[in-house]
Structure formats: C-alpha cells, structure tokens
Design a protein. Structure first.
Length: 374
C-alpha cells in the first residue's frame, strides 16, 4: 500500500510539472472560466430592461398620459414608437420595432370618470414566449398599481373574495442572475474539466511518452488517479475563482457552508475529469478527443441538467436521460448551498449520485487503459 501511494504521488507530481510548464493549460484552467462566466453572466438574462413598446394613444388625455408615465417610470419599458392607429401595430411587429404594443382607446378618461373603470389593450409578440410572459407580468403589476392610485390609494376596493399574497423566497428581487450563476458554474466546470483531461492521455499517446509509463511498475489505477489528482486541485481553484466572481460581480448571495460546496465540487470534478480521461483513453487523438469532449460536456449540461430548462417539462425519455447527467445533481446542490443555505443532510442524494458517477468513470477509464502499444 505504501508503494502504491508513493507511485501515485510521483505520477501526480509529474502531471503537476506538466501543467505548470504549459501556459495554454494554465490559461484554459484559470483564465477561460472567468471569461466564460462574464460572457454568459451578462449575455444570459431573463430580466427585462428597456423593452421597446409601441404606443397607440387614441385618447390623448391627461389620464392616458399618466398611464404612459406609470409604465415608463421604471427601466422595464421604453416607448419605441408612437403609432397613429391600431393598424400600424402589425407592421411594427413585422419590422421588429417593438416587442409589445399598448392601445389606449378613445374615451379612456371619460370611462374612468363615469365608472372608475376603463379598458386598455396590450399586444405582445409571442415569437419570444419567455419575454412575452415576463412582460405580461410586469405590465399587470404596473396597471394594478395605477388602478390603486386612481382609487385614491384604497387597495381594499380591488381585493377579491379570495386574495393570494405572493412572497418569493430565496430571490425576493426575482433576479435572473441568482438563478443562472450557479448553473453557469456547473457549465463552466464541466466544459473545462472534460476538455483538460481529454487532452492529457491523448497528447501523451501522440507524443509517444506513454511508452515511458509502460516501462515503469505503475499500475493502470495509479496512472488514472495520478493524472486526475492535480486536475482536481486545479478544478477547486476554478471553483473559488468562479464563485468569487459571481459573488462580487453579479451580487449572488452565499448562504451555505464553504466546506459543503468544496465537497460536492470535488465529487463533480471527479465525475467530469473522469469522463474526460475516459474520452482521452478511448480516442488517443487530441482532435477527436476535443470534439467528443465539447459535445459530451456542453450539450447535456445546457439541455438536460435543469440549467436553462425545467426537467419536469421535458418528455419522459429525456427526463430519464437526464438522470445520467452529473451537472443535474451539481446544479441542485449549488443552488441549494448558495441561495438556500442547505447542507449535506439535505443534499446527500445529489452527493451520492455524483459519487456513483465518479466511481463509474474512474473504473471505466482504468478498464480501458491498456498497458500495450497497438
């Protein structure tokens, strides 16, 4: 056993020296995660900011102008076009001038004075269903606030027999960054981890240095673990950098324990590093390994992990397929730790799934690693 750990340490030291002397690996491991987090963090957002709307104000009264001011008072909506009539709305949608159109009919102010009730129409471009749904919610809140103001601040007159009072937990401001950043951490780590290890053995096969390992008494498991160990440490540095960037740049809270985050991150890194090493052992070619690594890490994490799309809304066969995607469990764990303050007593199912997947990857890599030249 002592000899096993000595050989394992020697292999890990050798791999660490290779990493430290390769500027490309250092940049990919430490620079790319920060670039990807900033790029995805700012590019992917479900928050509305200055959504362009077209305005058809056929009443032209102080009351209608007050409604328009209420809608544009925040940064959510901005008037992109003042339209002469309802017939111009369709053309504006076709030209992509705006995403929504507000129609204030003639007699709006008189209807308010006569019955304290008036109708307005909101048209939405349903081609982007997500934006349309969010815009509808924002507009409903604005119109309700304006209705309360017209009632003299008496909200009780608007209350129905059954009233639902909604309070958002863990994300009171409904910021999309709080939902996206933990998923981005999983996406970035999965891509980087698989890509890094997918190139290691394939590079050694191409350079012929694998023959040197065959001439030593090291076993297959020692080679696999010795190559994975330095990248686990490097991956933990990635985790610290990406989490710190998410906290300071995107104001994502961290309510859980750092130790819990490191434990689940180690398991997730073992999964993805093992997957990359298996790809490297099977392909023995850097170009093929890079392509397979990119496809097998990026697409499942984006599509089947719950990062962007709820798993519950997927067809049954895709829900079943998502069970073998490690990022699915890591994202749940990271959102629980960062946003809810969950600990491993609540997240043990996710940790167990990651442990099983990591074990399978290490065993498969060891089984496929042959001590012979073809």
């Amino acid at each position: 056993m002592k000899a096993f750990f000595q050989r394992l340490g020697a292999l890990a030291h050798k791999e660490t020296l290779h990493i430290s002397r390769d500027a490309q690996v250092i940049y990919m491991a430490l620079g790319m995660p920060m670039v990807l987090l900033l790029l995805f963090g700012y590019a992917i957002s479900f928050d509305l900011n200055s959504l362009p709307i077209g305005l058809v104000d056929q009443d032209q009264s102080p009351a209608s102008r007050r409604l328009v001011q209420s809608i544009t008072a925040s940064d959510t909506f901005s008037i992109a076009a003042h339209l002469p009539g309802p017939e111009a709305v369709e053309e504006g949608f076709a030209r992509a001038q705006f995403k929504a159109a507000l129609l204030i009919p003639p007699g709006y102010a008189k209807a308010l004075k006569r019955a304290s009730r008036a109708d307005v129409q909101l048209l939405l471009d349903g081609a982007d269903g997500t934006t349309a749904g969010i815009a509808l919610g924002y507009m409903a809140n604005i119109v309700q606030a304006e209705s309360i103001r017209i009632q003299g601040g008496n909200a009780e007159s608007l209350i129905l027999p059954i009233e639902a009072r909604v309070r958002a937990r863990f994300n009171q401001g409904m910021k999309s960054a709080l939902f996206i950043v933990p998923g981005l951490i999983a996406l970035i780590l999965s891509i980087m981890a698989v890509m890094l290890t997918a190139l290691t053995v394939a590079r050694e096969w191409e350079r012929g240095s694998m023959e040197q390992l065959f001439s030593t008494p090291v076993g297959r498991l020692e080679v696999v673990l010795g190559k994975l160990a330095p990248y686990v440490v490097l991956g933990l540095i990635q985790v610290m950098l990406v989490v710190a960037l998410g906290l300071f740049v995107f104001d994502v809270p961290f309510k859980g324990a750092m130790l819990d985050m490191f434990l689940v991150s180690i398991l997730f890194l073992a999964c993805m590093l093992g997957q990359g090493l298996l790809i490297s052992v099977v392909t023995r070619n850097q170009m093929v390994a890079t392509q397979v690594a990119a496809i097998s890490s990026m697409l499942p994490t984006i599509l089947l992990s719950g990062f962007m799309f709820p798993i519950e809304n997927m067809p049954s066969f895709l829900q079943a397929l998502s069970l073998v995607v490690p990022a699915r469990y890591y994202i749940v764990a990271m959102r629980g730790i960062m946003l809810k303050g969950n600990d491993l007593s609540l997240l043990w199912p996710q940790a167990l799934a990651l442990l099983i997947f990591a074990g399978i990857m290490v065993l498969a890599s060891t089984a496929r690693f042959k001590r012979r030249l073809d």
